[in-house]
Design a protein around this ligand. Structure first.
Ligand SMILES: Cc1ncc(COP(=O)(O)O)c(C=O)c1O
Length: 477
């Protein structure tokens, strides 16, 4: 089906005039001054090498890893990634929501340099290192009570593994409830609770026993936009599970992404999360929030679960916390980790001092520049701009997500809601050609996710909207 787009109001306009980013928003930008020191950073003088890294990679680099692009990357400055030909791209992908402060952020880079000169090796098994302890204190301060105790690990998957182990040992129950469409990682335990795509699971059976996958309230796709019905149906599935399959007293943990990420950027309705909280408390179940993609200010709150007014028992965090260095964590109340027990879990590299020093710099910057608020304001601007585009293009079925975790679901036509993965693939490629990096997600690969740095400026929001709009307008079907 071809596009029914007429002339779009914002196509071909200079980006600074985009209606979503003028006036008060532009004035507010002075609170988030752009870091001109990027222009004098060593990266700014890197000359293009012209090397085709994909050709170089061919014989030896693994073919296993999936890639959105086959481009060759050279370096990053601020919110731009540069390829080896010297072309610059506005980066709204950020290594999949990792570089929340963009590239070569001066405060983060400085903290890394200083820590590298002081101590690199992880000392967790030997005692304490300052950035690790200080980060635990600062990080704990970002959580509501009673979440006050931090276990550092390396990756998101590892945090999920740890959280599932914590729940099993502290409750003595084997049952795990997770949700269809969820993505929690690729280690075997994390794979067992992941169902956002068949390729993550196929051929790895038998997976972890005791996992029960229930429907997730994907409001637009599965419930025609009816949040109440989505909540009721998915809660009924949970109640049915404990009536017919496993008693509530056999369930050790309920694991959920407050905003489903890889599965399609679906926020769980607040009443659903509140009901899970109540159910878990009633039955002594450990409620685990996977905030690996949604956390750290991205959604306009420090943690996405705050939108629902709940406090999980365990929170898994990773990705953005060290702006690119590998670091993850499990956060819970102290009593839970005391019961888990000394030596019940461990890590060689988790809580590496360099990664922790970077994470401290990220946290200080988020606070100093009020970036959680920036994510909320810029996110609202992005959504307004996207709605203007959608008004002219019936292939946009839904725009959703708080703050700067925005999903745009593409369909053949709004009336049929038939997923349009081919359009999304073409849009991703076209935007990259036009200098904007965006990624897809969703079980049918028909959702574009926008995950800009959380210190994105109004001008960059306008620039991205302009490229998206013009590229979409140029694509048939
Ligand atoms: C919500 C969520 N959980 C877990 C993971 C796994 O993290 P990692 O790739 O660091 O193991 C991811 C990664 O994309 C994620 O988005």
């Amino acid at each position: 089906m071809g596009s029914e787009r007429g002339h779009c109001a914002i196509a071909n306009r200079p980006v600074v005039n985009h209606p979503a980013v003028g006036g008060a928003a532009a004035a507010a930008s002075s609170r988030y001054p752009r870091r001109m020191d990027h222009l004098t950073s060593p990266a700014a003088s890197i000359a293009p090498t012209g090397v085709d890294l994909s050709a170089l990679a061919e014989p030896n680099l693994t073919p296993v890893l999936g890639r959105y692009f086959e481009r060759s990357w050279s370096h990053g400055i601020g919110h731009r990634l540069f390829d080896t030909d010297g072309k610059s791209y506005l980066d709204f992908a950020n290594g999949i929501a990792v570089s929340a402060l963009g590239h070569s952020h001066p405060a983060v880079t400085k903290a890394i340099h200083e820590q590298v000169d002081r101590l690199i090796v992880p000392t967790g098994a030997m005692g304490y290192a300052e950035p690790v302890v200080r980060l635990a204190v600062e990080l704990a301060g970002t959580f509501p009570e009673p979440l006050d105790t931090v276990l550092f690990l390396n990756s998101g998957s590892e945090a999920i593994e740890g959280a599932l182990k914590l729940a099993r040992r502290t409750t003595g129950r084997a049952g795990i409830v997770a949700f269809k469409g969820g993505f929690h990682g690729r280690t075997l335990g994390a794979t067992s609770v992941t169902s956002s795509g068949m390729n993550y699971r196929a051929g790895y059976e038998p997976l972890l026993p005791g996992v029960h996958l229930l429907p997730f309230p994907a409001v637009y796709r599965d419930f025609d936009g009816d949040e109440k019905r989505a909540t009721a149906v998915c809660l009924a599935a949970l109640h049915d599970l404990v009536r017919t399959t496993i008693p509530a007293e056999g369930i050790g943990s309920i694991l959920i992404e407050p905003i489903q990420g890889e599965g399609g950027y679906y926020p769980a309705p607040a009443p659903f999360l509140r009901a899970l909280r109540a159910f878990s408390s009633e039955h002594g179940i450990v409620l685990i929030a996977d905030e690996i993609q949604s956390g750290y200010g991205r959604t306009g709150r420090m943690w996405a679960f705050e939108h629902a007014g709940i406090v999980p028992d365990v929170v898994c965090i990773a990705k953005a916390i060290a702006n690119g260095l590998p670091l993850s964590a499990i956060v819970s109340r102290r009593e839970l980790q005391e019961r888990w027990g000394r030596g019940a879990h461990g890590t060689t590299y988790g809580g590496n001092p360099v990664a922790c020093a970077a994470a401290l710099a990220v946290l200080e910057t988020i606070r100093a520049e009020r970036l959680v608020e920036n994510a909320a304001v810029r996110g609202a601007e992005l959504v307004r701009g996207l709605e203007a585009i959608a008004a002219e293009d019936p292939r946009i079925g839904d725009i959703r997500g708080p703050g700067l975790m925005i999903g745009i679901e593409f369909v053949k036509h709004r009336h049929t809601k038939e997923p349009n993965g081919a359009l999304v693939e073409a849009l991703m490629a076209g935007c990259a050609d036009a200098g904007l990096l965006v990624l897809s997600c969703g079980r049918d690969h028909n959702v574009i996710r926008l995950i800009p740095p959380i210190d994105v400026s109004p001008a960059e929001v306008g620039e991205a909207l302009g490229i998206l709009d013009r590229t979409l307008a140029s694509l048939p079907g």
